[in-house]
Design a protein around this ligand. Structure first.
Ligand SMILES: C[S@@+](CC[C@H](N)C(=O)[O-])C[C@H]1O[C@@H](n2cnc3c(N)ncnc32)[C@H](O)[C@@H]1O
Length: 290
């Protein structure tokens, strides 16, 4: 404990590094303003354990110095590392599978017909983590049209966390995590990884369809064109209501009329406050005719 610190100010007693409630509040404010993620006091142990690794990695001895670093002008890189450490990146192939069923039966047939005649399809996986969501969309498309990679179809996978984007671009995944991928899709659209029997890499068609880009949902979005489909699942749960509401409206600005927005199982959009209709379980259609 730092000299003169009141024991009641200590957030995590007996920790390797002194961590006060004041440190916690500074970190929580910074994570909220940088990434939109809300950290309530119930998350104190999680914050401590994730950031203790950072302190060890850069050789700091207490959180007071860490706070000074991430708040200072020289702390840009560590601020980014802190945000990455505080994001939850859990994901998997064909998670919340009903969204992919809905695409296959209700949305993609018409879009793919148009794409075969030269039309374009733009899809955004916002908060893509390591890419499994975007590749599940690509697999759904390839399952319907094996020549999809030759058409004007692009899936943008974006995330705030550069390490997740690196994994996604690499496209190498453990076979043990592929249990939810239908076997015929796995056989056809993945390729072996030389020297590894426990991993597979996405094939050239999926690499062609999916592009990864760093993007903070709180900041500017450089995309100009509109999307037919947006997936933003299990990202907004970490944001406060006001930030969620702003992002739902910003998605509407980038979705074509009649476009589809899929959100996570514990998220919802207040109908009437935003230009969407609910058309399925956590599936919304942007107002306006397609
Ligand atoms: C739990 S994962 C969800 C992955 C995938 N969408 C799914 O449902 O399986 C949440 C992702 O949101 C990202 N994220 C959190 N805050 C973000 C922000 N402000 N801008 C962009 N991505 C953010 C995290 O880095 C993380 O990869």
């Amino acid at each position: 404990m730092a000299t003169g610190t009141n024991p009641r100010d200590i957030a995590v007693p007996d920790g390797e590094f002194p961590f006060t409630w004041h440190d916690f509040r500074q970190i929580a404010e910074l994570v909220h303003s940088e990434a939109g993620i809300v950290l309530t006091e119930t998350k104190v142990n999680l914050v401590y354990s994730r950031l203790a690794k950072r302190l060890r990695a850069i050789g700091l001895r207490n959180f007071r110095d860490y706070c000074a670093l991430v708040q200072g002008v020289d702390g840009i890189d560590e601020r980014q590392a802190m945000i990455s450490a505080m994001t939850t990146n859990v994901t998997r192939f064909f998670r919340e599978n009903h969204h992919f069923d809905y695409l296959r039966t209700e949305v993609l047939p018409d879009l793919l017909d148009a794409a075969r005649k030269g039309g374009k399809i733009r899809i955004w996986s916002a908060g893509s983590s390591s890419g499994e969501e975007a590749y599940s969309i690509a697999l759904t498309i390839l399952g319907m049209d094996p020549n999809a990679a030759e058409r004007d179809i692009r899936i943008l996978a974006s995330d705030i966390d550069p390490e997740m984007l690196r994994r996604g671009s690499n496209g190498v995944y453990p076979v043990a995590q592929m249990g939810d991928i239908p076997l015929e899709l796995r056989r056809k659209w993945f390729k072996p990884v030389p020297g590894s029997v426990s991993e597979l890499e996405v094939g050239p068609e999926m690499h062609e369809l999916v592009r990864f880009r760093e993007l903070n949902l709180l900041r500017e979005w450089p995309m100009k064109g509109r999307f037919e489909i947006i997936f933003c699942r299990n990202v907004m749960i970490y944001f406060d209501d006001e930030t969620q509401s702003t992002v739902w409206d910003r998605f509407a600005g980038l979705l074509r009329p009649g476009g589809t927005l899929c959100i996570g199982h514990s998220e919802r959009i207040i109908l009437g406050s935003h230009p969407y209709d609910l058309v399925g379980q956590t599936i919304y259609r942007r107002h306006g005719a397609r």
